[in-house]
Design a protein around this ligand. Structure first.
Ligand SMILES: [Zn+2]
Length: 189
């Protein structure tokens, strides 16, 4: 598994791509790539040890077919101008959810209240993740200050597992994945 694999508008996944090792998270009934789930568990436990309530998975692995049906639904909703209430959905093949290494998260309370996922931005959990997620190998994949590079609007709830070493370097140099990969490949730093 290449944890640095870049998926975006330019680098897409084939319809048949499926991660080799997927594990089921039983509370949310969501599948994730093996290490991504193990590190999510560790991160969640560490967060709770510091007094916060449990993070809940809102989304994880999505097959091409699933992503496609979500996308088509969004397109229909957009026509009906209902789009503002739901997260924007990326076209199938261009979503890193198909890798099984991306997670959308919310707090337990948010999931009980059926809150809009963007409310995650103003939680203590988000503040905790801002500083600590790198230590578990996760990055905030679509930061506010990188919208012009990722071409994706700020998503406070979407994290991507890249491994601890990469996540710490990206944090220290304030690089998003699109910026980090070419530098890493050319310099191997
Ligand atoms: Zn997501």
């Amino acid at each position: 598994m290449d944890y640095l694999q870049l998926i975006n508008q330019n680098y897409t996944l084939p319809e048949k791509y499926r991660p080799t090792k997927l594990l089921l998270e039983p509370i949310s009934n969501i599948w994730l790539e093996e290490n991504t789930l193990l590190m999510f568990y560790k991160m969640n436990k560490s967060m709770q040890n510091e007094g916060l309530t449990a993070l809940r998975l809102y989304s994880g692995y999505r097959s091409y077919a699933c992503q496609n049906s979500l996308y088509l639904k969004t397109c229909r909703d957009a026509e009906l101008k209902f789009l503002t209430t739901m997260p924007e959905i990326i076209q199938a093949g261009k979503s890193e959810h198909q890798l099984g290494t991306a997670i959308d998260v919310m707090t337990t309370i948010m999931s009980q209240r059926n809150s809009n996922i963007y409310e995650f931005d103003i939680t203590f959990h988000k503040k905790w993740l801002d500083y600590n997620c790198k230590n578990f190998g996760f990055i905030l994949r679509y930061p506010k200050d990188k919208e012009d590079i990722t071409n994706i609007s700020y998503r406070p709830y979407h994290y991507r597992y890249v491994g601890i070493n990469h996540a710490i370097k990206m944090y220290n140099f304030n690089l998003c994945l699109e910026e980090y990969i070419p530098i890493y490949k050319s310099k191997r730093y």
